[in-house]
Design a protein around this ligand. Structure first.
Ligand code: IMP
Length: 437
């Protein structure tokens, strides 16, 4: 049984939470493979809104095992709070039963949060606009072999050694910056307490997943952020610190690369971005305000207003090709109602001396590029109650068809509202010809 993966194709916030919850109806396991509580995956049920940051998005599905994989960075203080909040809302979360945490996942400590803030302050105007959750510094410590892992929290001698390694360096930095050094003994006690809380759910997740895969069980990998925030294939340095694209799955779960089959790429019907960095199709002024309000485009983790823009087929095509996307889900099509004519960027005109028009994603020449748009007639109908492709107004269908042709991957599903049932499956999909880069 090939593993399915749901990833964001642009800069995150594509509405993956709802889509993962939807596809989880056909899954035995749902696995996060990267990122941390910088993510905000929103589920809406009967008008009630639930935002998940670290807990995988199938937690409402009875019988599904939700796994936080080894590629995730876990703030155990946050995880305990998120579990408590979910339980207060009546959600069943049982560590060891429907929630498992990989022993190899790295731990985000309070010092990582402090260093995230410090590095942003030091960058001044060039700051990345991170979520401030300590994600980057935790991944940096993983790479420099100074990290603490979840499995260490239930092994006091290993935890002592890991904290010794880490705090010697971190406290020197904090002192040099005039900040208070960390109290190692207090941190150790807190981490051991958190380890005891998490213990029933701490597992060798890679082994469990490989065994499940061999037994033919259905595994769904849950992407966080989006391909354009991938540390290797995104708009570096304005990216997150992990491989958000499908490339991160094998290393972030312990599944072999051959296990991956279907890659479902999620795009919004328009583009958004939070934080700094290039955004070629960005809109401003009154129209941007209207689109932001119509789509309620405010960060589900930080509450920041999201930057909004027209659909960018150059960026989406790059992301689909890098990630091996086999089908696309387009969300928020309903939001484009009443927006007048709609634009899609089909190429960019470079700002450098050549002034060339390019169809590939020019990762090193994004500054000042001007998108070349195609324009499509808009629609005024309310789509939120439509459930069949043929119910959609002709202009909405033409828009989806045009985006599909530009990306070169079938748009198999369209979402027309936040609720689980507000989706339209297209039948008899013809795979369009792949567009050249
Ligand atoms: P970090 O992941 O907190 O280090 O932030 C790095 C960049 O990724 C910033 O631009 C964030 O706004 C962005 N980012 C991180 N997580 C998400 C997400 O889940 N959705 C959208 N943007 C995100």
């Amino acid at each position: 049984m090939p593993t399915t993966c749901v990833i964001g194709l642009l800069w995150g916030d594509e509405g993956k939470g709802k889509i993962i919850d939807l596809f989880a109806a056909e899954a035995d396991w749902v696995v996060r493979y990267g990122g941390g509580h910088n993510a905000g995956h929103t589920l809406v049920r009967g008008g009630e809104r639930l935002v998940l940051h670290l807990v995988p998005s199938a937690i409402l599905r009875p019988g599904v095992r939700n796994v936080i994989g080894n590629g995730v960075v876990v703030d155990p203080f946050h995880l305990r709070d998120e579990i408590a909040k979910l339980r207060q809302r009546g959600v069943t979360v049982e560590l060891g039963t429907n929630l498992l945490v990989a022993d190899g996942a790295h731990v985000i400590l309070p010092v990582h949060r402090a260093l995230d803030g410090l590095s942003e302050r030091m960058r001044g105007d060039a700051k990345l606009g991170t979520t401030g959750r300590g994600i980057g510094p935790a991944y940096a410590d993983r790479a420099s072999r100074a990290g603490v892992r979840i499995g260490d929290l239930v092994r006091p001698a290993r935890l002592d050694a890991a904290l010794h390694r880490l705090l010697a360096e971190k406290n020197a930095i904090l002192r040099a910056c005039g900040d208070e050094p960390l109290d190692a003994a207090r941190l150790r006690d807190e981490l051991l307490e958190l380890g005891a809380f998490m213990k029933p759910g701490i597992v060798d997740a890679g082994r469990l997943l490989r065994e499940a895969h061999r037994r033919g069980e259905r595994i769904l990998c849950e992407g966080a952020q989006g391909v354009l925030l991938d540390v290797d294939h995104g708009t570096y340095p304005f990216v997150t610190s992990s491989n958000a694209s499908s490339g991160g799955i094998a290393s972030g779960t312990g599944l072999p690369p051959q296990a991956l089959g279907r890659v479902i790429g999620v795009v919004k019907a328009y583009a958004t971005r939070v934080g700094s960095g290039p955004f070629p199709t960005e809109l401003d002024g009154e129209f941007a305000h209207r689109l932001r309000e119509a789509g309620r485009e405010y960060g589900s983790t930080t509450g920041r207003p999201r930057r909004v823009g027209w659909f960018d087929a150059v960026a989406a095509r790059h992301a689909a090709q890098v990630s091996g996307t086999t089908e696309i889900v387009m969300t928020n099509l309903d939001v484009l109602r009443g927006m007048g004519s709609l634009r899609v960027a089909r190429s960019y005109r470079l700002a450098n001396d050549s002034g060339a028009e390019v169809e590939h994603f020019p990762a090193f020449d994004l500054d000042g590029v001007r998108p070349v748009f195609d324009e499509y007639a808009g629609f005024d109908e309310d789509l939120t109650r439509m459930r069949r492709w043929t119910d959609l107004p002709a202009n909405a269908r033409r828009y989806v068809d045009a985006v599909e042709a530009r990306i070169g991957v079938p748009i198999a599903t369209v979402s027309v509202g936040p609720e689980r049932d507000q989706v339209i499956q297209r039948s008899a999909i013809q795979k369009p010809a792949i567009q050249n880069e």
